[in-house]
Design a protein around this ligand. Structure first.
Ligand code: AMP
Ligand code: ZN
Ligand code: FE
Ligand code: FE
Length: 294
């Protein structure tokens, strides 16, 4: 309209808002896959990835809701893994669910999560009377169980006021009630993701919630195994960590993503609080076996 024009930008890419990490009731989020997508539309997002822990069971519902709400849906999974006794997460985008090796590892991790949740509950039963039935009431049938469901059961029982307090007081990594679960070695996880045609992005690699942060050497080894990206912009990262991770990403030519890690009302993380550049999503779609659902 006016004589003064801003810099020319690609109109298709300008203002596209992309959030590549969310959870639904298929794992430990509090909203169904369709609700997560509806909330994404409400939050003004153009693209959302559903990345439940160790499962793809929410994909179809999310994709259908995406078409209904005009939100593009990226099908993903946040895969549990380990390195040097530490629990780490790798996001896999657009992989083939028919890949037997990856499907088997995910199944094994899901089963281990259930056995581990039972052990945590047995420990909590002694001091707080918590029962497995009370935890099951908090889990959608077929959902992947995690500590947040145990937290919800503790809230329902009146032991703690909310999920965060449950984690701070009873469920954190150093707690006497904490129990580990089986998960594949992180290099094996990355190789399986790649073999299944997925795009492998290290989730919150600079989060220190588990006591320590993964070393540069481990990230280098992950890259050698096929890692393609780092989730740099995440609320659990300090500005120093973001800077460190951007440097590593530049050194290896890795994709850099940003995401909310939304869990519905279970965490403060808000949809779109961190976002990913459209060019990065284009690369992910080029590299992945499946298409983004539009
Ligand atoms: P798990 O998968 O059972 O090891 O539990 C880890 C999950 O708990 C992650 O998805 C986190 O997002 C969630 N979590 C960790 N800390 C908190 C917290 N303080 N409040 C709510 N959720 C949390
Ligand atoms: Zn979670
Ligand atoms: Fe995670
Ligand atoms: Fe997550």
């Amino acid at each position: 309209r006016g004589a003064v024009k801003g810099p020319r930008r690609s109109p298709t890419l300008l203002g596209v808002r992309i959030d590549l990490h969310t959870h639904s009731t298929a794992s430990d989020g509090t909203e169904s896959p369709a609700e997560v997508v509806a909330q994404a539309a409400r939050a003004g997002l153009d693209v959302v990835a559903l990345t439940d822990h160790d499962t793809t069971s929410g994909w179809d519902e999310a994709a259908e809701a995406g078409r209904e709400h005009g939100v593009a849906v990226v099908r993903g999974t946040e895969i549990s893994a380990r390195t040097a006794g530490m629990s780490v997460h790798v996001l896999s985008y657009l992989h083939d669910t028919a890949h037997e090796g990856l499907a088997r590892e995910l199944r094994r991790a899901r089963e281990a999560r259930t056995a581990r949740a039972r052990r945590i509950v047995a420990l909590l039963h002694g001091d707080f009377g918590l029962t497995w039935d009370e935890v099951e009431e908090q889990v959608e049938p077929g959902a992947v169980i995690g500590r947040p469901h145990i937290a919800d059961a503790l809230v329902a029982r009146g032991v703690v006021p909310d999920r965060s307090t449950a984690f701070d007081d009873l469920l954190h990594h150093g707690s006497k009630y904490y129990v580990k679960h089986y998960a594949p070695e992180v290099l094996d996880a990355v190789m399986l993701i790649r073999d299944a045609g997925g795009v492998a992005v290290f989730a919150h690699p600079g989060a220190d919630g588990r006591g320590r942060v993964v070393s540069d050497a481990v990230i280098d080894a992950m890259v050698a195994s096929g890692l393609q990206g780092l989730e740099v912009d995440h609320r659990d990262h300090s500005s120093q960590q973001r800077e460190r991770l951007r440097t590593i990403a530049a050194r290896h030519g890795l994709l850099v993503t940003g995401s909310s890690d939304y869990h519905g009302t279970g965490k403060e993380n808000a949809l779109g609080e961190n976002t990913t550049a459209p060019e990065v999503l284009e690369r992910i779609e080029d590299l992945g076996r499946l298409a983004v659902v539009r």
